[in-house]
Ligand binder design. Structure first.
Ligand code: 2E6
Ligand code: F3S
Length: 325
């Protein structure tokens, strides 16, 4: 049965109720806020065009907004002309990238999230101490490429799963440490770390958890809304690691979940038989897209929004010196 449709201005109370459990925290984290502000300030200070190496954050709406202001997005530095400023994305870059920028005397600004940079510094320290690093992350993700590129090849080994841990070939005397990507599943990572510690009891853990506060808070909020929801919608991009993890969290609790980039993807049939909908947004998805989803849902249903707050976030990060005031 197709959901009734409400033309603009018609009486919403005639429509069936849809309770929307809206997760908090959701959406932008401090690292994303900072990265976007870096591009905007670079445009103000240097004028357009400003080049950005990789999507500044994994969100098309954000990227299109910055393109409209004069940003040009590229994947590699060889696409940046010699006299143009370039910003490195929030996900971080291998050491070879600033080295190449220095060699070419490019003006660059690094928008790597400070919590990713912290992992980079830990990697350097662990290598200085003579430890081989086992890095837990998703192959091919730009943050993984960036973090693995902080240390010489052959000194860091990627594992994605417990099965990867079982096939590691280190002897019992190899000095080992581990680090992780910032946007992993909290639950999967706990299991992978346990498998590593079981095989290599001497492996050195990071000083503090590498999974960032925003990732773990957004997962905790989905754990709260999913059991009470008939369907969870996650606003985020298919290449956004932290957003994909939110879909997984809901599904593992037995609730169907869909990743959407924009409200226009929502089909009215998705609401058939749905009384309670969970709604959240990945760390790179702006709040305006959440409001857009609520507006679309209200074409078919009388929306009763209920915020579900697991914690309040206060984190902010300073801008790089080049762009601070
Ligand atoms: C940088 C590091 C972590 O795919 P991922 O979740 O890493 O990235 P975005 O851009 O979706 O989220 C923000 C971010 C930036 N997270
Ligand atoms: Fe940084 Fe975590 Fe956001 S690593 S960019 S605070 S998702």
């Amino acid at each position: 049965m197709n959901a009734p449709f409400r033309p603009a201005g018609a009486d919403a109370s005639a429509l069936p109720v849809l309770k929307v459990l809206i997760a908090a925290p959701r959406g932008f984290c401090a690292g994303v806020d900072r990265a976007i502000e870096i591009v905007e300030r670079a445009l103000e200070k240097y004028g357009a065009p400003v080049y950005v190496r990789h999507e500044i954050v994994h969100n098309r709406y954000v990227v299109d907004g910055l393109k409209a202001q004069g940003a040009i997005f590229v994947e590699e530095l060889d696409e940046v002309p010699d006299n143009a400023p370039v910003v490195f994305s929030a996900h971080g870059v291998p050491k070879s990238v600033p080295a190449e920028a220095d060699r070419r005397q490019l003006l660059y600004v690094d928008a790597t999230c400070p919590l990713v940079s912290k992992v980079h510094r830990q990697a350097e320290r662990q290598i200085e101490k003579g430890q081989h690093i086992v890095f837990i992350g998703h192959a091919g993700h730009p943050e993984v490429i960036g973090t693995m590129g902080q240390v010489p090849g052959g000194m860091i080994t990627l594992v994605e799963t417990i099965e990867d841990v079982a096939s590691l070939g280190f002897g019992p005397d190899t000095p080992l440490s581990f680090l992780t990507q910032t946007t992993l599943s909290v639950d999967d990572t706990r299991d992978i770390v346990a498998a590593l510690q079981a095989r290599y009891p001497h492996i050195v853990a990071p000083r503090a958890e590498d999974i960032c506060y925003a990732t773990s808070n957004r997962q905790a909020a989905v754990k709260k809304i999913a059991p009470a929801s008939d369907l969870v919608l996650v606003i985020g991009a298919p290449n956004s690691s932290n957003s994909l993890r939110l879909v997984e969290v809901a599904e593992r609790l037995g609730t169907s979940a869909r990743l959407i980039q924009r409200s226009s993807e929502i089909e009215p049939e998705w609401l058939d038989g749905i009384g309670t909908l969970g709604l959240t947004a990945g760390a790179s998805a702006p709040e305006t897209l959440v409001r857009e989803v609520i507006a679309r849902l209200s074409q078919w249903r009388q929306i009763e929004e209920e915020p579900v707050i697991v914690t309040e976030e206060q984190m902010t990060f300073k801008l790089p010196r080049q762009l601070a005031n």
